[in-house]
Design a protein around this ligand. Structure first.
Ligand code: NAP
Ligand code: FE
Length: 510
């Protein structure tokens, strides 16, 4: 078993841990710069505890409390200047990921002169101010990572500063500070932590040790889904969420994040969507993408959450996050360009390409949009076997040109609830590429609805009382739905399932 595991940050967890460890502060320096956000540290009692501990330790301090969410490059240069001017010789960070990330860059820039051009180069000397970190959200795990993620206006994204010297020296964990968190921030931060644990698990750099941390974090966070949603977390639950987010931080300090975070940065930069929410909106659909390639690995993650399917997980995330933001096709193209340029994309166990990223974002944002806009029941009934006849299937990489004018490449999405209502035994769910021979009947129907044949996807849904076949035109951002017969759905699924099983076998033989 080959791996390397390193966690240089000393982690001290427990109630009132700041005060009881006051002596640590005097071991680090004479005067602290306290880096924090505008309000929360004062409101949740963490600042008062730090000030008491500093007093007991006989250590001076200055407060730099203007860190905004998604901190900018300007603010960290300002903070470093402030620390130098005041003669501060160590850093205490209090807050969520934003103040903690800013504090690392401030500790670095206060100790060495780094020009803006070289800020993200990683070429630094070993000088940095000592750091004590106190997380007040249970999400980013920044208290145990070497990353400082800053808003980069030049590149119109968020860029990561990363260096082994940026691990904080101490992380003090006390869940009591999280009791003042509102429901939305609790959800967003918890799902950010879950995303770290999952992305770190389905990651090229994962190892036996990080997998243990991922599993524990995923189990802990998912066991609290119901309480998180009901905004009913006890103090002990808060401690557990904080523990899980720190574990997930340790994971990503080894593995980095993956495609979810690569795409999420644009949602935050351009659409002002909170970091954790951005990841949460994408995470379910990303797992669906991975399921096509590594179903066993994804099933392992689902089993940690006691879930049977990716769609069960997606439904949970949908109910936590509610209505999604509106994003246009043009915006998606820009976001995908940014994601492709992000370094962390390459950590993904299966690295999504341009088309995959477009599909993920379209399904998340345009899909949601369509479903809101579509026809309501009762739906027109269609005979699907008569309407669409599938000649044969191919993976997307083998995509051949259609053989006849009546054939159209389509994608068929199969959602697993079918397995329940049709007692379908196959483990396969996901996306198929196929050629559809579109019959005249179907053409008539599609023509009536002005459907562009060149670019359609077929979805099968299992609604409560009926099966629904939907024809989606991603380019037009709309979806037409028809009701269909149970037996026909079964036949169609049997066709679909036979082929991917062969495909997986072939992949393995390759
Ligand atoms: P945040 O931006 O630090 O804080 C969000 C909001 O929560 C702020 O309004 C803050 O108020 C408030 N808040 C913080 N603690 C609170 C408490 N105990 N009670 C009530 N309100 C509280 O959010 P975050 O999600 O923790 O951090 C997001 C940032 O972390 C992003 O910039 C992201 O890129 C970064 N991140 C870093 C890593 C890493 O490895 N370093 C990993 C993931 C994400 P105040 O402003 O008044 O404090
Ligand atoms: Fe994150």
């Amino acid at each position: 078993m080959k791996f390397a595991f390193n966690m240089p940050t000393k982690i001290i967890s427990g109630r009132d841990v700041i005060i009881s460890n006051y002596k640590i502060f005097s071991s680090l320096g004479k005067k602290a710069i306290i880096v924090t956000g505008r309000h929360s540290a004062e409101a949740n009692g963490s600042l008062a505890d730090v000030l008491s501990a500093l007093k007991l330790a006989g250590v001076g301090y200055d407060i730099f409390n203007n860190i905004m969410s998604n901190p900018t490059i300007d603010i960290v240069y300002d903070g470093a200047k402030f620390a130098k001017e005041h003669g501060d010789d160590f850093v205490v960070a209090i807050g969520g990921g934003s103040p903690m990330d800013a504090a690392k860059a401030i500790a670095l820039l206060a100790a060495q002169d780094i020009s803006r051009e070289n800020l993200f180069s990683g070429k630094y000397t070993n000088e940095i101010l000592p750091m004590v970190f106190i997380p007040t959200t249970a999400g980013t795990g920044s208290e145990v990572t070497q990353y400082s993620i800053l808003t980069n206006d030049e590149l119109e994204t968020k860029t990561t500063l990363s260096s082994p010297i940026m691990f904080p020296d101490y992380a003090f964990l006390d869940g009591k500070y999280m009791c003042s968190l509102g429901k939305n921030t609790t959800i967003n931060t918890a799902i950010d932590a879950l995303s770290h644990a999952i992305e770190g698990f389905l990651n090229k750099k994962a190892n036996e040790m990080t997998a243990i941390y991922s599993e524990k974090a995923i189990r802990t966070i998912s066991s609290l889904f119901k309480k998180i949603e009901e905004n009913d977390l006890s103090l002990e639950d808060r401690d557990n969420l904080l523990f899980a987010s720190t574990l997930a931080g340790i994971v990503i300090s080894h593995t980095g994040t993956t495609a979810v975070h690569s795409m999420g940065y644009s949602l935050t930069y351009f659409k002002d969507i909170d970091h954790g929410r951005a990841n949460g909106l994408l995470l379910g659909r990303y797992l669906e993408f991975l399921y096509d390639y590594i179903p066993d690995k994804v099933n392992e993650v689902l089993s940690f959450m006691n879930m049977n399917s990716v769609s069960e997980f997606k439904d949970k995330l949908d109910s936590l996050f509610g209505e999604k933001e509106k994003i246009t096709k043009e915006e998606i193209v820009i976001f995908v360009g940014k994601a492709l340029a992000a370094k962390n994309l390459q950590n993904s166990l299966i690295v999504p390409g341009n088309d995959d990223l477009i599909k993920i974002l379209e399904d998340v944002f345009l899909g949601a949009w369509c479903i809101m806009a579509i026809n309501k029941p009762p739906l027109k009934k269609v005979n699907i076997l008569e309407l669409i006849f599938f000649r044969y299937f191919r993976t997307v990489t083998n995509f051949e040109m259609p053989r006849a004018d009546s054939e159209y490449p389509v994608e068929i999405f199969i959602k697993d609830p079918f397995r329940k209502s049709l007692s379908f035994k196959t483990p396969w769910i996901g996306r198929m590429y196929a050629y559809a021979h579109i019959t005249n009947n179907m053409k008539e129907l599609l023509k009536l609805n002005d459907v562009d044949f060149e670019n359609i996807r077929v979805h099968l849904y299992d609604w409560d009382k009926e099966f629904v076949l939907s024809i989606e035109e991603p380019k037009k951002a709309r979806e037409l739905q028809f009701s269909c017969d149970r037996n026909e759905v079964r036949v169609l699924l049997e066709w679909c399932v036979r082929v991917p099983e062969q495909r997986y076998r072939n992949d393995m033989e390759d």
